[in-house]
Each structure stands twice: as C-alpha cells, then as structure tokens.
Design a protein around this ligand. Structure first.
Ligand code: NMX
Ligand code: MLT
Length: 439
C-alpha cells in the first residue's frame, strides 16, 4: 500500500473504532433538543452530521482540523517562500489529521499527476452538450460520466466485503480529485477559447496545472489559484454540496455519483453560484449607474433598489457565520498586497463598507456580513478570468478536497444510510397547537 494511503488507514481505522464504540455504547445519549423553528428554517444548528475535516464557528469562521486560514498560510508547505500554500497539503491535513511535510505534499502532487488521465468519452460527453449549456451543467455531467471508471462500483459488483469499501473509495476519490482540473480547464477552453485545448503539465502542482491548462502561466495567477483552492476546500459537513455528497454516498452510490450530485447543489444561487451572481450584480449596478466608480450614495441607492425588487444582495449573509467570513478577509488581504487600483476590487471594498449597515437595518437578516463569494470574482476578473459563468466550476474543483476526504472517512467509519424522518405539515401543526390541521 502506498504510504499516504497507509497513514490514512492507520489513523482513520482508530477513529472508526471510536465511531463504532459510540454507536454501540452511547446510542441513547441525548445530545440536543430540536425546536420547530429549526426544522422550519432549514434544520439550522441541529447537530446531525459527523464531519472530521473542518469545523465552522459562527464568529471565528472555518478551521481545518483546528487550523485557521492564517495558520494554514503560515504552516502548510508552499513552493515559494512568499507564495500561498499548496492545496494538496490541506487535503493531506484533512485526510490524515497531521501537518504534511514538504515531501508529503510533493508526493501527493506527483500522485495526482499520475492519476490525471481523463478518458476520451468524458470529453465526448462535454462536447455533446450545446455550448450554451452552463459550465456547471457540463462539469456535473462530465463527473457523472466518469463513473465508468469507478473502482468502488466494480469492487462492489465483485462482492468485496464492507470492511474494504474504504479502499476502493479512496482510489476513486484520489482519481477524481486528480482529474477535476483537466475537466474544468477543458470546459473553460471549449466555451471561451474556441476549443483550443492545452495539455496538462505533469511537473506542475495541482492548482498550478489548472491555471496552466486554462491558459494562464504567470506566477500571480498560480498564487491566486493556490489561495482560491485552499479557502474553498471545505466548510464543515452541513453546507449543501458537502451534505449532498455525504447523503448520496450513504446509499453507497460511487464517489463520482456523489460528487456530481454535490455539484448540482453548488450550482444554486444561494450556494456556489453566488460567486458569479456577485459579478453579474456588480456589472448590472455599474451599467445602471453609468459609471465604473460610483459614489457611496449611488451604491447605497442601488442596494436599496435590489432589495425593493425582492432580490438578495449576493455575497452577503450566511446560514451559520455571524461575522465577516475569514475567507473574505484572506482574499481582501491578498488584494491589498498584490493589486493596485482595480475598479472591481475597489467596488468589492466599497460594498463591504456600505452593504452590512443596510442589511443590518432590515432586522430579519441574521448575518449582514460578506461571505467568500463577495470577493472571489473581483480577483479572478482582475487577473483576466473574465468569464464569470465559469467561476462556480473553480469553486467545485476546490470543494472536492474536503468533501471527498470526508467521503473516504464515511466508508472507513462504516457510516449507515442516512434516512431522517418526515411528517406532513399537519403533524407539525399538532405539535405546536395540539390540534391536527390539514391545508
Ligand atoms: N440579501 C437580502 N436578503 C437576505 C440576505 C441578503 N444577502 N441574506 C439573507 N436574507 C434574507 C433571507 O432571504 C430571509 O428572507 P425571508 O425571511 O424573506 O425568507 C431572511 O433574510 C433571513 O435569512 P437568514 O436566516 O439570515 O439567512 P439564511 O440562513 O436563510 O440564508 C444565505 C443564508 C447565504 C442563503 C442568504 O444569506 C443569502 O441568500 N445570501 C445571498 C446569496 C449568497 O451570497 N450565497 C452564498 C453563500 C456562501 N456560499 O458560497 O455558499
Ligand atoms: C460554503 O462554503 O459551503 C458556504 O459558505 C455555505 C455554507 O457553509 O453553508
């Protein structure tokens, strides 16, 4: 067994014993009370999922295996001393629970490079879709079509014991992560560069190779991509994409199925699509105001207009966070360091001053502060990736790192099929008022 896989196995099998012990010995322990309000507002705050890769604190934001984003930037190995860490290192950390050495990360990069071959039929599936189908449609379809390669599916058919499900899942997960940059870049070049495709360079790291295959060779963009892939990689288990992959995977659907499903969730405007919605809305505003440099008053008026139309302000608010998203801050710091005088970056900063007090005044919005999507598009646009309908695909490449690490955990822990209970509305009415009412 390859050594990173062996390290995962050694560590995760210990955790798996803990999981089984808890299940067997403490099943009756009450851990939470559920209110009707929680059920009716999207199950917020109910501790229902076991996810080891990262944990979200409403005020502090995300920590990956206990490390904040600034701590990761300091401690994870990077290629250049002043560069951003390699996302492969974060994957290692989430999978194994220890900080990787530079050598571990370099081995992981090489492992991904050797697994990166995408079968021709996946490109054929993408090419069969009309060019006006959304990049996320092409991305999800491509991932689904790659299920032909699933080792888990073949092992299951061959009758492999439950004890070894994790092994085949691990192989699928590694292969899928390795192939996503090629698939994403293919969609990008197909849609926006006349099918002029660029071959992978196996000597590059995972994120650097993605930039290369998309046609961007400067160190600036590679640095941005490494940061981007790091901060979008995971957001504990309850977000729509992570939860979807876990749920679909709990039926023992193979990792390709589970991740394709996750990506159709990421494509929703309240989730990852918001990163393209932000840029769409910014341009809509600038066009309406007929200026690239609006005054604070013009921006505030436009925000009020958007709200009056019954729309949300994209990039603001969060289901869990109650303060500025540290992923927003990491990107803002990156811009402060490397970008001078860019109108969209300036607009993102201007919105950060103006949006929160306006949303705060409304009263009902639990978090008026920006999330990760409020900044990412301005950075990509600055570096020449202007095709914003593609932005959610980049989010999707990154999110694989956390979600798929969790999927291998699910299988080694022997997690069962997920199957909560539902009731008709009349049942909830009865719980609240003591009488059954049908509608
Ligand atoms: N602009 C206007 N209204 C908002 C906003 C916003 N940015 N955020 C929340 N609200 C409204 C929300 O629609 C709801 O209205 P109603 O009662 O009429 O249904 C009310 O405020 C209460 O919502 P919350 O409980 O504060 O938020 P919830 O947990 O339901 O939703 C989001 C969280 C993130 C879906 C929501 O804040 C939102 O729609 N934000 C804009 C879209 C966005 O940026 N999504 C990206 C999230 C991060 N990601 O990448 O996944
Ligand atoms: C995410 O990164 O998944 C989003 O911030 C949404 C969430 O955490 O619910």
């Amino acid at each position: 067994m390859e050594y990173i896989k062996y390290r995962f196995y050694k560590r995760a099998s210990k955790c798996s014993l803990k999981f089984q012990k808890l299940k067997n010995e403490s099943a009756d322990k009450v851990i939470a009370e559920v209110t009707l309000g929680q059920v009716l507002t999207g199950m917020k705050g109910i501790p229902l999922l076991v996810t080891d890769t990262s944990k979200l604190d409403p005020d502090e934001g995300i920590r990956f295996k206990g490390y904040s984003i600034p701590e990761l930037q300091e401690k994870l190995p990077s290629i250049n001393p002043d560069g951003e860490p390699l996302p492969e290192g974060l994957f290692y950390l989430m999978l194994i629970g220890e900080m990787p050495s530079k050598e571990d990360v370099s081995n992981l990069s090489k492992d991904f490079a050797t697994r990166a071959h995408v079968p021709q039929h996946v490109f054929d599936v993408i090419d069969a879709l009309p060019k006006n189908s959304k990049p996320m449609t092409q991305f999800s379809a491509a991932i689904l079509s790659m299920a032909t390669e699933s080792i888990f599916q073949k092992a299951y058919r061959a009758g492999v014991s439950k004890k070894f499900y994790w092994d085949a899942t691990y192989e699928d997960v590694m292969n899928l992560i390795a192939r996503l940059p090629r698939v994403a870049a293919y969609i990008y070049r197909r849609n926006f560069h006349n099918d002029d495709h660029i071959a992978p360079n196996p000597r590059l790291d995972w994120a650097g190779n993605l930039a290369h295959m998309m046609g961007f060779e400067t160190e600036d963009i590679k640095r941005l991509f490494r940061l981007y892939m790091l901060i979008h990689a995971d957001h504990e288990g309850g977000n729509v994409s992570a939860h979807t992959a876990h749920l679909v995977g709990s039926a023992l659907s193979n990792p390709y199925y589970a991740y394709a499903a996750a990506m159709t969730g990421l494509a929703g405007p309240l989730h990852g699509f918001a990163n393209q919605d932000v840029i769409f809305w910014m341009f809509e505003m600038l066009e309406y105001l007929e200026t690239d440099r609006p005054t604070d008053k013009q921006v505030a008026d436009y925000i009020h207009l958007t709200l009056k139309e019954g729309r949300v302000i994209p990039g603001y608010g969060h289901a869990v966070l109650r303060k500025t998203d540290p992923r927003f801050t990491a990107q803002q710091e990156f811009a402060n360091k490397y970008i001078k005088d860019d109108y969209l970056v300036d607009l993102a900063n201007q919105l950060y001053r103006i949006v929160p007090p306006i949303l705060g005044e409304i009263g009902k919005i639990k978090n008026p502060w920006p999330n990760v999507d409020a900044y990412s598009g301005s950075l990509l646009y600055h570096y020449g990736i202007k095709e914003y309908t593609f932005y959610t695909v980049l989010f999707g490449v990154s999110r694989a790192l956390g979600v798929l690490a969790s999927l291998v955990n699910d299988r080694i822990y022997g997690m069962p099929i997920e199957r909560p209970t539902s009731h008709p509305l009349s049942w909830f009415h009865e719980q609240a008022y003591g009488e059954k009412k049908t509608c």
